[in-house]
Write a protein that binds this ligand. Structure first.
Ligand code: HEM
Length: 513
């Protein structure tokens, strides 16, 4: 995709900035590393037998599993977050509320609860030895629970075949998807006492009977042990044959599929990559998912423009995918302006990040981010800035000639102030002369009673007379009284809405009103 795209940029960051620099607030990986981490164990005991990773994968399946391919209802729409859905017998256990308690952290105006659930499962799989999974975003959160329909162990084989068919999977795909899911985790005695006994196992204090001997890593052991006859999978060799659903499912084609997995870890991994991607993309009819999100080779991030009197201040970062600190490239920033000039400066290396269990690494360069103690890049407001380019080891990177577009039509002005008792504030927005936005407004994130996020736009009154901040920009202003309010600035220009990205609060304004 072409940068900037606020939604794709946000999803790409959660998907690919998994470990390291600039992942604060986006990283899910830290909750599944090490892979036996279980945040909700009161003792944070690595021998609980449970794991966040297994919970996240099961949660994604139980969200997807309500899908009905015929009428297009159900699927990955985040309905598993709703208490009424979690209370159903088919969703027994606290794994779903545990999962939501963590993955909610990445939900924002561009990332739905359902996208966060999908990302959690994907990151758990990738961080714990699994294959890379193609990721699309754009799932839409349901407001009400879906029709029930998650399979349970005591159902017979025909019922399971019919349930997976309703979800859009063939019998062979059912065998695959169950095996791919059940390479993680296991069955808890406390939730399923009719399947698992008390274990008295010091490595599984919560009495979780695991599906294979490596329950916190993605590998083909679930199949290899099943074919070798050494499996301890409680849904294969459980004491209660009625609930041995994996046995019935795995054996339903004479073990042909499971044998192919046992014989080839690579075949198992690639099959699972496809099936997991399809499971995560199981969405209600009418939901339009994005393209598969690939990492941008060169990605600006945290770009911020602020008007400081006679100077336009630019801060930001750029991430270079598939580069390492050891071979850190030389990077210059180019900026094009409204008067046909191109500025140029060398950027400083900041740090690194990685993803997919360290398979990919990236280096980050700062252009003068105030966040990291450097001075911003100071630009002439008359010239402004229209787009960026980067020269990486002598090669121009500008999205194939498009450049990285920057909007300098409006931005926060440092004349914004706070003061008085009770404390109030005033936000000043510098608007470029000649731009003539039809509206300038503050954007406030609103979360409804079922955790769906939307944006409320609070219009600013256009100034009666232009109030110049410098020769190129004039101010729009609004008084604020709510100290708790955080906002971004939006404007509608020629029918298109633009937003700033960095959230603001009047408490941060340094000028006194
Ligand atoms: C007929 C189909 C299936 C049945 C009957 C079934 C049943 C179960 C049961 C009873 C548990 C134990 C849950 C607990 O004790 O908390 C479980 C765990 C699990 N299931 Fe399934 N499952 C099925 C399909 C799937 C699929 C398709 C996936 C994912 C692709 C999946 C992923 C998981 C995971 C990761 C766990 C471990 C959870 C943990 O350890 O916290 N299952 N399953």
């Amino acid at each position: 995709y072409v940068w900037p795209s606020p939604q794709l940029d946000a999803l790409e960051a959660i998907r690919f900035d998994q470990v390291g620099f600039n992942t604060i607030g986006t990283t899910l990986t830290s909750f599944v590393q090490p892979c036996n981490l279980f945040l909700f164990d009161p003792t944070i005991n690595p021998n609980s037998g449970r794991s966040d990773a297994a919970d996240w994968i099961r949660t994604a399946y139980h969200d997807a599993a309500t899908h009905n391919i015929t009428d297009g209802t159900g699927g990955m729409d985040g309905s598993i977050r709703l208490a009424a859905e979690q209370a159903r017998a088919e969703n027994a256990g606290n794994g779903f509320s545990n999962t939501m308690g963590i993955v909610l952290a990445v939900v924002n105006r561009y990332v739905s609860n359902a996208d966060a659930i999908a990302l959690g499962a994907l990151i758990a799989i990738e961080a714990c030895g699994g294959p890379e999974i193609a990721f699309r975003g754009g799932r839409v959160d349901a407001a009400v629970p879906n029709t029930p329909g998650v399979p349970v162990p005591q159902q017979d084989l025909d019922s399971h075949i019919a349930i997976f068919a309703r979800q859009g999977f063939t019998q062979t795909e059912m065998i695959g998807l169950v095996a791919c899911g059940h390479t993680f985790g296991g069955v808890q005695h406390s939730v399923f006492p009719n399947i698992v006994n008390v274990l008295a196992d010091s490595t599984s204090i919560d009495d979780v009977a695991h599906f294979d001997s490596s329950p916190v890593s993605f590998d083909h052991n679930v199949a290899a042990e099943y074919i070798a006859g050494t499996t301890k999978n409680p849904l294969v060799v459980g004491f209660n044959d009625t609930t041995n659903s994996d046995k019935r499912i795995f054996g339903s084609d004479g073990n042909a599929t499971m044998r192919s997995f046992a014989n080839s870890p690579g075949h198992f991994a690639s099959t699972c990559a496809n099936l997991f991607a399809r499971m995560l993309d199981t969405v209600p009819r009418g939901v339009q998912l994005t393209e598969v999100i690939e990492p941008l080779p060169v990605k600006p991030a945290s770009i911020n423009l602020v008007m400081n009197g006679g100077t336009l201040e630019l801060t930001g970062l750029v991430r270079l995918w598939n580069t390492t600190q050891a071979a850190a490239p030389t990077v210059s920033l180019l900026w094009h302006d409204h008067v046909g000039h191109t500025g140029n400066t060398t950027l400083n290396f900041r740090s690194t990040s990685s993803s997919t269990s360290g398979k990919y690494s990236a280096t980050w360069y700062g252009f003068n981010s105030t966040v990291f103690g450097n001075k911003p890049l100071l630009l002439d407001p008359v010239a402004g800035v229209t787009s960026l380019g980067f020269v990486v080891n002598g090669v121009l990177e500008n999205q194939g000639g498009l450049g990285f577009a920057i909007q300098d039509a409006f931005m926060l002005s440092q004349t914004s102030c706070q003061g008085g008792a009770p404390l109030t504030g005033r936000v000043d927005v510098a608007v470029r002369n000649g731009v003539h936005p039809t509206r300038v407004y503050l954007e406030q994130v609103v979360t409804d009673s079922v955790q769906r996020i939307s944006i409320t736009e609070i219009d600013m009154t256009p100034p009666l007379q232009p109030i110049a901040v410098n020769s190129a920009y004039s101010l729009w202003s609004m008084n604020l009284t709510d100290q708790d309010m955080t906002f971004t600035i939006g404007a509608e220009i020629h029918g298109i809405k633009y937003s700033t990205t960095e959230p603001l609060s009047f408490l941060e304004f340094s000028e006194a009103c």
